[in-house]
Design a protein around this ligand. Structure first.
Ligand code: PXP
Length: 239
């Protein structure tokens, strides 16, 4: 069964644009869960441009809600995340000037640091995932580092779909990585830039067990509402 993770960072982006308290990401987490999301994702960025510490704390305390907390390898962020105790974490690269996460982690360069972070969370029985580009070397490295899951960066494929270009090479790359990861005992997730069309394409890869989708869901909800959009994604993922 494939799962839908809804990233609600941009609910906080809209709230912060006014510096007030509405719309509340905590309420959004409850609503999204009620409407069928299997988990929710929030990214506690170093500059706190959307989700803030108090949001993360409140959202992670919701009973029976699977929260996937995205974090960088920054020492203070890791320290905070260990205190917040989400159900899952996903380690992502972070660059202060980026608009959104650009590319996957450089596992080779950060091997020792990431390995240490994974073991800190595993001690607390928190599921660990690494956001990586679709390449075979990084699948083996993720296994070596002890990650439970990998989230494959689908941004490049999503852009090809949006610009109606040939996706076969990128699709095959993602498929091969997914098959290998699954074979060596790593759960496969996918995320970044996904919309209805690219998600439907990726559902053809049986090994992908979870889709994490944010910007498109919040954007599309302006027209059709969160409930409608979540239900539509759930139907796509199920088929
Ligand atoms: N997965 C990861 C690891 C991310 O960093 C992001 C963006 O925060 C997403 C998924 C969601 O991407 P999008 O907002 O483009 O759907």
């Amino acid at each position: 069964m494939k799962r839908l993770g809804v990233n609600i960072d941009h609910v906080a982006t809209v709230r912060n644009a006014r510096g007030e308290i509405h719309p509340d990401p905590y309420e959004a987490a409850l609503f999204v869960k009620k409407k069928g999301a299997d988990s929710i994702t929030i990214h506690l960025r170093e500059d706190r441009r959307h989700i803030r510490d108090l949001d993360a704390k409140k959202i992670c305390s919701i009973k029976n809600l699977f929260v996937n907390l995205e974090i960088s390898t920054n020492h203070n962020i890791v320290k905070n995340a260990l205190k917040i105790e989400p159900k899952f974490i996903c380690i992502v690269p972070e660059n202060r000037n980026e608009i959104t996460t650009e590319g996957g982690l450089n596992l080779q360069k950060n091997e020792n640091r990431i390995k240490k972070i994974i073991s800190q969370f595993k001690k607390k029985k928190i599921r660990t995932s690494l956001f990586i580009n679709p390449n075979i070397k990084d699948i083996y490295l993720s296994k070596k580092m002890g990650a439970d899951c990998v989230e494959i960066h689908t941004g490049y494929l999503s852009n090809l779909v949006k610009s109606k270009k040939n996706i076969s090479k990128e699709f095959l790359k993602i498929k091969k990585c997914s098959i290998l990861a699954s074979k060596i005992g790593i759960e496969v997730h996918a995320g970044h830039g996904l919309d209805y069309k690219s998600t439907k394409i990726l559902t053809k890869i049986n090994e992908i067990k979870e889709f994490n989708i944010g910007h498109f869901i919040i954007g599309e909800s302006i027209f059709y509402g969160l409930q409608f959009v979540i239900k539509k994604f759930k139907r796509i993922i199920k088929n």
